[in-house]
Write a protein that binds this ligand. Sequence first.
Ligand code: ATP
Length: 265
Amino acid sequence: MTLNENQNNGIPETHPRYQSLKFRHKIIDGMKKLVVAEAGLIAHGRGECFDYILGEKTTKTARYAIRAAVAALLLAKKPVISVNGNVAALVPNELVTLSKLLNIPLEINLFYHKEGRIKAITDVLTKAGATDIKGINEDKMVELEGLESNRRKVELIAKADIVMVPLEDGDRTEALKKLNKKVIAVDLNPLSRTALWADITIVDNIVRVIPEMIEISKELKKLNKAELNYILEKFDNKLNIQKTLDLIIDYIKEQKKIAFNIQKK
Ligand code: ATP
């Protein structure tokens, strides 16, 4: 372990923004190791901004969406979890645990291709315990219709009935929907095209979502199909996004009062 890692990049654990800074440094380290694309840093910043106005916590609406997502994944015939650089840098161990717990393959799918990136991400996932990573063998890939970006090249995703897409770009979500796939999105921005196009939208930070999904999976694995279907039928994504936006409005109003009181002193 280097001195830097040992000292959490010099960030004391008592720092009020310790968690946020810790994950920021995971993204920076990920970029140095080619796991994260340069643009991934900016995407992370956009996520942080939305996390701030959600109170940096898993909201009630995020929890509903997580339950529905786990129920849907347990009911699916051919589910796949899509992995990009940021997700691999932030929560590799948790992602592999979830994949094994639900028996769902992980498929690497990148917007930005660069020599050595697939290998760097494969190494991170392998180190975390993954044994069968998809999306690394060009010979097994097919191209998704209606998509121009690198993300069009897929393996199991082509035949999947449900695809979980953490930190996705809107184009691919739209393309997956046009191919009649159910999409589970994890996106801190409730107004992104991905969030609005998905069937189940989890508006929360991936670093909290995956551990929560692991816990909910342990619980829901004990349910039968009818019980899982019930959870899914009761979930209304449109309403849930509206309620998430209301939570943001409430949070801002609360912060407005706090800001007023601090400035008054
Ligand atoms: P869209 O194309 O769907 O409108 P976009 O152009 O913003 O969205 P990207 O630039 O690919 O898409 O950004 C990825 C998304 O991931 C952003 O909406 C950002 O809020 C979100 N995001 C970034 N970091 C996290 C994180 N740690 N957890 C959850 N979401 C995140």
